[in-house]
Design a protein around this ligand. Structure first.
Ligand code: VAH
Length: 318
């Protein structure tokens, strides 16, 4: 049977680039992009798009039947900073959207699920450097609690009902194609835009706040790779640690200054500093590398080159 994909949350930071890559990989007519609003022209105009609320079970079930969907990528969620401002809705959206898709798979209506977790599942008591796949996990954010709980349910549905759900603990993701929104790591997206538009940037995290990060192209590669991996290579059914690099605002500022020597970086830590301080500085992703052959292509230097190339060509051409 052909792979027919439904993406829920296709207009988000990951969803936007994931939709483009899945359309290129599986064919435009085999990818149904959905979001609660028509937020992104590329996603809406370059293929099949439907307005869908990730909390509406009947809407999702109807689309699965209408398009004979086999695989669902559930990308809709409230990220860390936004979730702290609206805990009840964050829990509802992050958890009940997952239950809808897990239950549709349990009922045999879909074959495979991708669900994004995050390094936010780790907390202040987790070993911060080279955080292992299995370790203490006491997340102190609404977002992290929802992701840790989601991982537990993914593993439960696999073990109890044979649901083939696969998951990755994304680090902070950096992309040029969508405005960053609601994430604690999103300073690392905005800083590139401001280097071009303003020549200066004020970071809401302090200069030595080291966090695990990844260029979006690598995250999209890993997402499709884990979904294409043979069943016997997926040995972890909670979620896989994934890593590429770690850096501080000061370090990314230095990388930017190589392209913009006049760039000025200042610091004004806000409520997001406490969130960042609860997360690991670096991640051990040896399980993903061993089980399904994950390798990253981008480091801080090549990511910075790619960010400025794409931003100057696609976003700020004049
Ligand atoms: C956030 N970008 O900042 C997300 C991510 C590891 C952080 O999950 O909330």
């Amino acid at each position: 049977m052909d792979t027919k994909i439904l993406i829920i949350g296709a207009c988000g930071q990951i969803g936007t680039e994931l939709t483009a890559k899945l359309r290129a990989t599986y064919g435009v007519t085999n990818v149904i992009a959905t979001d609660i609003r028509k937020l992104n022209n590329e996603v809406v105009n370059n293929g099949i798009f439907e307005v869908v609320n990730a909390l509406d079970y009947n809407q999702i079930e109807h689309l699965i039947e209408q398009y004979h969907i086999t695989d669902v990528y559930l990308m809709a969620a409230l990220l860390s900073a936004t979730a702290e401002k609206n805990p009840a809705f964050a829990w509802d959206l992050n958890m009940n959207s997952l239950f809808h898709v897990l239950n549709l798979a349990k009922a045999g209506k879909i074959k495979k699920i991708f669900w994004p977790s995050s390094i936010a599942v780790f907390g202040p008591t987790t070993p911060r450097h080279q955080t292992p796949q299995y370790t203490i996990m006491e997340p102190s954010t609404v977002y992290g609690i929802s992701k840790q709980t989601g991982e537990r349910w993914c593993e439960y549905y696999y073990k109890q009902y044979g649901v083939d759900v696969r998951s990755i603990r994304y680090p902070g993701l950096i992309s040029w194609s969508t405005e960053a929104g609601g994430g604690t790591t999103d300073y690392a997206v905005d800083i590139y835009h401001k280097a071009i538009t303003d020549g200066k940037f004020t970071s809401f995290l302090s200069e030595n706040t080291e966090l695990p990060m990844m260029y979006m192209d690598d995250a999209i590669k890993a997402t499709i790779q884990i979904m294409q991996a043979p069943l016997d290579q997926i040995k972890i059914r909670s979620s896989y640690n994934l890593a590429a690099m770690s850096f501080t605002p000061k370090q990314i500022g230095a990388a930017i200054t190589k392209h913009y020597p006049e760039f000025k970086l200042s610091y004004a830590p806000d409520f997001r500093q406490k969130i960042a301080d609860s997360w690991p500085a670096s991640i051990d992703d040896s399980s993903a590398r061993a089980d399904w052959g994950w390798t990253n292509d981008f480091d801080m230097t090549t990511m910075t080159e790619a960010m400025f190339k794409n931003l100057k060509e696609q976003v700020y051409p004049h």
